[in-house]
Design a protein around this ligand. Structure first.
Ligand code: ADP
Ligand code: MG
Length: 449
């Protein structure tokens, strides 16, 4: 049996990125992992019946997805309430009635299909390439390397290829693996008592394939052995015209730990990025998602969400379900723009409450690539003066802290100096486009930390 608390910790890290911070605090953090049993049931316990119901209604799929990413197995998520937990621990046997998710033999997430993928300007090229590869593996674009920010649909496309192959070419052997799973598999084969056999098995698993899909290759480490093994696997497959598809959150040139020989191998195929969706695509995605999840959300609310979330599809989906569930909690049949506004207002408040002067200062430092000591210190060169004034302005504007206290944060400066900085930026904002852009960008970064 695996070490459940370690596995759960890794799953939590992924969940934290996918659900709102309120949901995470209220529901996810209260979950207690119990065990992954030998039938691939992942048993978790909620602290109450209502918490169990919330989890079943809102988070079960996301937990399943994250558990899959961490363990590489399509686990059946079983949620227990506090009484069921006691019974379970007594009998150590899962009852059928409390099984929350239908068992799937398919190793690919069933809803991640090409049909459920909304195509727009931002992703049409990558979508077409993925389809070509699914229809004719090993013939063109080999390897296919897809990169792009978190939550833009890379993993969805890999699973779509998987689902497509299972349906139309079930005879083909296809394997999906997140890179960290590839690494840990390899390392555990190396440390097995029957090492030679374990390594042979590992190679059998990854080389005896028609299609290998490797997700999150940016997690490739400096470890020489793993890169060597991956290089061999990769070459082996490509040389025998087997399809390799790789996803990453950044282009190969920006993966610093990637060896040059792999980088140049990747360049021999097709490398393309997936971008953030534009507004039309965001609206279409929200419609699609509402239809799939049977959420009743009106057009106006959908447009409001699409206008206010421009980060990732994952965030879009998260906001959509929050809006819908807020409406359901209030007993409404259809979520409207009022619900959407409330969610975003709460979110803004929440972020504001979490912001501290130190956070603002460090975001400004990161942005301008200067040190904390410089920004709060005495230096008067242009490189630090402007960031300092901006940080002072932001702290004063967002947190409404007394000027004297801001002065203390900046090396004991006098409050009139602080006021001067604040007013200078306020004036600049009226006339200077560059300042406007800077302040907007910084605010955006602050509200997404
Ligand atoms: P990534 O692997 O790039 O971080 P995922 O593939 O996990 O992102 O996508 C995050 C979520 O957004 C998933 O639920 C996925 O189904 C959804 N998604 C992303 N792009 C699209 C799209 N174009 N159409 C529909 N759903 C999408
Ligand atoms: Mg992914």
């Amino acid at each position: 049996m695996q070490d459940i608390s370690y596995t759960w910790q890794q799953i939590l890290e992924k969940l934290e990125l996918r659900v709102s911070s309120v949901s995470f605090m209220l529901w996810i953090k209260t979950i207690k992992p119990i065990e992954i049993d030998d039938k691939d049931n992942f048993v978790i316990a909620a602290p109450s019946v209502s918490a169990k119901n919330q989890i079943l209604r809102n988070f079960i799929d996301t937990i399943g997805d994250c558990a899959f990413e961490v363990t590489g197995k399509p686990l059946k998520i079983v949620v227990l309430d506090q009484n069921e937990e006691i019974e379970y621990l007594k009998n150590s046997k899962v009852e059928e009635q409390i099984v929350a998710k239908k068992e799937e033999k398919n190793p690919f997430v069933a809803k991640y299909t090409f049909d459920n993928f909304v195509v727009g300007k931002s992703n049409q090229f990558v979508y077409a390439a993925a389809r070509t590869v699914a229809e004719n593996p090993g013939k063109r674009y080999n390897p296919l390397f897809i990169y792009g920010g978190v939550g833009l649909g890379k993993t969805h496309l890999l699973h779509a290829i998987g689902n497509y192959i299972r349906e139309y070419s079930p005879e083909l052997k296809i394997q999906y693996v997140p890179f960290d799973k590839f690494t840990s598999d390899y390392i555990s084969s190396l440390s097995s008592p029957s090492k030679t056999q374990a390594v042979m098995e590992f190679r059998g698993k990854y080389r005896n394939l028609d299609i290998l899909m490797v997700d999150d290759i940016q997690l490739i480490s400096n470890k020489k052995e793993t890169q060597e093994e991956f290089f061999l696997t990769f070459n082996d497959l490509i040389l025998s015209n087997k399809q390799v598809i790789i996803c990453s959150d950044r282009p190969p040139r920006e993966i610093s730990t990637l060896e040059d020989r792999l980088r140049s191998r990747f360049a021999s195929g097709l490398i393309h990025d997936i971008q953030k969706p534009e507004i039309e695509t965001r609206i279409a995605i929200l419609h699609k998602k509402s239809q799939l999840e049977k959420y009743n959300v009106d057009d106006e609310a959908i447009e409001y969400i699409a206008e206010n979330v421009d980060s990732s599809v994952r965030d879009l989906e998260g906001k959509l379900s929050e809006v819908y569930f807020l409406a359901t909690l209030a007993g409404k049949k259809v979520a409207t723009i009022e619900d959407a506004k409330e969610i975003f207002e709460n979110h803004r408040e929440e972020i504001k409450n979490e912001l501290t002067p130190d956070k603002i200062i460090s975001v400004v430092c990161d942005y301008f690539n200067i040190s904390y000591n410089d920004i709060t210190g005495k230096k008067k060169n242009k490189e630090v003066v402007e960031p300092r004034m901006l940080a002072i302005y932001l702290i004063s504007e967002i947190l409404s802290i007394p000027l004297v206290n801001i002065g203390k944060l900046f090396g004991g400066r006098d409050h009139t100096t602080i006021m001067h900085s604040r007013d200078k930026i306020t004036e600049d904002l009226k006339v200077n486009k560059k300042t406007q852009t800077l302040v907007n960008e910084l605010k955006k970064m602050l509200t997404s930390v």
